[in-house]
Every structure is written in C-alpha cells, then in structure tokens.
Design a protein. Structure first.
Length: 250
C-alpha cells in the first residue's frame, strides 16, 4: 500500500507481523542492518509538510501499518495490510535478537524508564543482552553531531539492534542516519514502547485497542498535547480515503 506525501510516496511494505519478524530474523543472523518505521495517520500528516521526515522514511527498509486508519485505507484501496504497531514489536524484536545472539541498545526516553524497560525486557526475553542504554538530552537533534555520538556509542557497545524511543520524526531521522553510519545495525522506531514497558506511560487496555479506540484513550490522558494532532489527522482522513478509493478502481 502506497501513500502520496508531498513530492514522493511512502509504501507500507510489511504484510503482517509474522513476515516482518521472519525478515528481521534473517537479517540479524546474517549481520545485515535494517530500519523499521511504523506508519500512522499522524506521520502521514507530518510527511506532507516535512521534507526531512520524507527523506528519513525513504531510508527505511520496512514500513508497517501502525494504526487502524492506515489498515482501513489499505483495505479501501484493495491492497490490505495488517496492523503492526511499534509498541507490539518491542518484545518480539528483542526475542529475535536474543535468539540470534545480537546485543540490543535502548535509545530514548529517560534514564529511569530505560532501566525499568530493560529489566522488563530481560525477563521476557531469556538470554537478551542489553549492551547500552542511552537517554539523549532535551533538544537532541537526530542528524547532527550529537546524533553521530549516540550512534557511535551504540555501535561501539557491540549492539546489533537499536530500539529508538524518541518520537516521530526524531527516531526515524536517527534511524536513517544510522543506516549510513552503522549499516550493520538494525534500527526500530518504537515510539512509546519502552515507556509502556517501564510503566512511565499507561497503554490503552486491550479491549480499547480491540475497538480501535486507542487514539481516544491517549487523547484523554493528554488532551493539551494530542488534541491538535488528532484534529489534523481527522481533517486529512477524507482526502486519504478518496485517494484510496480511486486506487481501488483505477
């Protein structure tokens, strides 16, 4: 499923989680790098106006549908893909890393959240080695000298998979830089995935997610920050739906 964004396209090229994990397992065992981005409606809005974000997405090897609207749009276009969220990828990814003997770097959020998330991951993925935990400071720029230092630290630690919990577009931009500076490493942009594991943020209950209402849950927990984001996404949805229907009949 492809989406027009500004002067380019973004393609959701992951059919479902099983196919992604099979590809990740092959690359980890072959010591080949990769980058995973998880596309949602907010990203589609940002991609239209942010050229640097579009360039970062162009550097991703795997793009999943992270959000029911993206899944629905793919079905409307007759090119269905499954829901694969960043938060739901964290544990499967580190289990694959543990099985491949690939140390993991945790990058983003706060030092306390990284410590607690790391403890939770080690419990859920026997044999996992966390090589380094890096919490960049406020104002961190994902493609400047500070980013190069973060990637160098991760690479020197021996990590072969980096979980990036920096939020969009910073995590995707750091992953794009990592594909250039540390091409043997894997990068997965997982948003609040580590905060959920650490208990720093509470994820919507499973029944709320099953009803495709996680967005409403999140907005109710932080309306000042998220109301504008979801309003912009809602305004973009009719046009996206019209283009999806056109693709189906064209």
């Amino acid at each position: 499923m492809d989406f027009s964004v500004g002067d380019g396209n973004v393609v959701v090229n992951v059919r479902d989680r099983a196919s992604l994990m099979a590809a990740v397992a092959r690359r980890l065992r072959a010591r080949q790098g990769f980058a995973i981005a998880t596309l949602n409606l907010d990203h589609l809005v940002k991609l239209r106006r942010d050229a640097a974000f579009r360039q970062a997405y162009a550097a991703q090897d795997f793009v999943t549908a992270d959000g029911n609207p993206v899944v629905w749009l793919s079905r409307m276009a007759g090119r269905p893909v499954g829901l694969v969220t960043g938060a739901d990828l964290v544990v499967p990814l580190v289990r694959e890393a543990a099985a491949a003997g690939a140390p993991v770097a945790l990058i983003g959020t706060t030092p306390d959240a990284l410590a607690r998330a790391g403890e939770a991951l080690v419990r859920q993925a026997p044999g996992l080695e966390i090589a380094v935990r890096i919490s960049p400071p406020m104002g961190f720029e994902p493609d400047g000298p500070a980013a190069e230092r973060v990637l160098a630290e991760a690479r020197e630690s021996g990590a072969r998979l980096a979980l990036l919990a920096l939020g969009a577009p910073r995590q995707e931009r750091l992953a794009a830089l990592g594909r250039h500076l540390a091409p043997e490493m894997g990068f997965a942009s997982i948003g609040a995935g580590l905060d959920f594991l650490a208990g720093a943020q509470r994820r919507a209950p499973a029944w709320v997610r099953a009803l495709a209402m996680e967005w409403l849950w999140r907005m109710s927990t932080n309306p000042a920050r998220l109301a504008g984001r979801y309003a912009a996404s809602a305004l973009a949805l009719p046009g996206l739906a019209a283009r999806a229907l056109w693709r189906r009949v064209s």
